[in-house]
Each structure stands twice: as C-alpha cells, then as structure tokens.
Design a protein around this ligand. Structure first.
Ligand SMILES: O=c1[nH]cnc2c1ncn2[C@@H]1O[C@H](COP(=O)(O)OP(=O)(O)O)[C@@H](O)[C@H]1O
Length: 198
C-alpha cells in the first residue's frame, strides 16, 4: 500500500483531509550481530497498540501548528524526548490508501548512534509507553544465510497504513540498502507471507 504521492504544499490545501506526520530516525553503526554480521544502520520503528508496526508520530492539525512542531510534540509523547524536526527533514507526502481522507507526511532524521540509544532509553518512560506504543523496535536490515531471517522476515509482518512503503522508499532514497537487496527482501517477504497463510 503505497498511496498517491503529493507535494506538501498541495496536500495542505486539500479540504476535509486529516494530516499524520511520522519520522524514521536512523544512525550508522559499526556493531556486528554475533560478532560477524555487520548491522551497518540502526533504523527505528515501533510496535503500536494495535499490534501493527509503524513509525513514531501522529495526527497534526496544520490549522493550529506547523507539521514539524506537531510531529515534535507527538515524539515527546511517544518517546519522551524533545527532538527538533525541521522542514528539511521532510521526505514525502502521500494521500494514504487507508483510512480515507488522510495525508501521511514522512520525515527522516539521521542521528548519532549514542543519541538513538538515548531515545530508546527515554521511550520506556514516555507517557505513551505501554499504552499507544508497546515499544520501539530496530529494523534488522541484514539477511541471514537462510535467506528468510532478518529483513525479509521483518517485512512479512503487518504494517499500519503506508508505513511499509515509507520504510522501503526511505531505505532506497538514503542508500541504506541497495535496490537489489530491497527487491530480494520484498520477494522473500511475500513468500514468507504466503507460506504462513496456509
Ligand atoms: O508510520 C506510519 N506511517 C504512515 N501512516 C501512519 C503511521 N502510523 C500511523 N499512521 C496513520 O496515521 C494516522 C494517525 O495515526 P497515529 O496512531 O500515529 O496517530 P495518533 O496517535 O495521533 O492517533 C492513522 O490513521 C494511521 O493510519
């Protein structure tokens, strides 16, 4: 579910639409899984109250505040940190495939590894922890030798609205994974989904 891309300015002139803003926080890392599989990048998502994966953020009313300050407010509620989001962090805006009359605005922000750790620590004591947010999760971007473990298995889970395609587009645009690796992981994820539906 990708949704239809639209410019931020055009989306703000739509009548009767709600606006949701979400962000992908990420960092580079030298860490290695089992001491040998390079993690390369830390990418944060969250397990939501409804059991779906999504990015931190939420609904913003552009009549009352800018998209960026509304997103910062949501981040404080969900992760307990004051993070400044700038217009330059904007990545895409989409008319969401569902629910109706929703525009999803997506941001990305690169951080230092130690700052991502601070966000993860703070999230546990944030107002929404255990309520609207069940926990932050890191996206495993590697593939294990079986071919299915790691990123393909992660992608086979259920995602809210167009967050899965936001993740894939951002990884591609930021060069965190190659096109070939992304395509292979999506194909593997489809196979995992089919095999687990039986
Ligand atoms: O990560 C995401 N990417 C894109 N859309 C999302 C994401 N998370 C939630 N949404 C959509 O945005 C809307 C607002 O969701 P959210 O639960 O984050 O906001 P809220 O906490 O203000 O209610 C929902 O309709 C949902 O479909």
């Amino acid at each position: 579910m990708a949704g239809q891309e639209i410019s931020k300015e055009e989306s703000l002139s739509l009548k009767g639409y709600r606006h949701a803003c979400h962000i992908m926080l990420y960092a580079d890392t030298d860490a290695k899984l089992f001491g040998k599989i390079p993690i390369k990048h830390i990418v944060l998502m969250q397990m939501r109250f409804d059991g779906l994966l999504g990015f931190p953020g939420g609904l913003v009313n552009p009549a009352e505040e800018s998209l960026e300050s509304g997103l910062s407010r949501e981040l404080w509620e969900e992760m307990g940190v004051a993070l400044n989001v700038a217009p330059e962090d904007h990545c895409s805006s989409c008319v969401a495939p569902s629910p109706p009359q929703l525009v999803t605005h997506f941001y990305t922000k690169k951080m230092k590894e130690e700052d991502v750790r601070e966000v993860e620590k703070a999230a546990v004591t944030a107002p929404d922890h255990g309520l609207e947010v069940m926990g932050m999760v890191r996206v495993p971007l590697y593939c294990l030798r079986s071919g299915e473990g790691g990123f393909p298995a992660f992608l086979s889970h259920s995602f809210i609205s167009n967050s899965r395609s936001q993740l894939l587009s951002a990884l591609r645009a930021l060069g965190l994974l190659s096109w070939a690796a992304l395509d292979a992981a999506v194909t593997q994820a489809d196979q995992i989904r089919q095999s687990t539906q039986q």
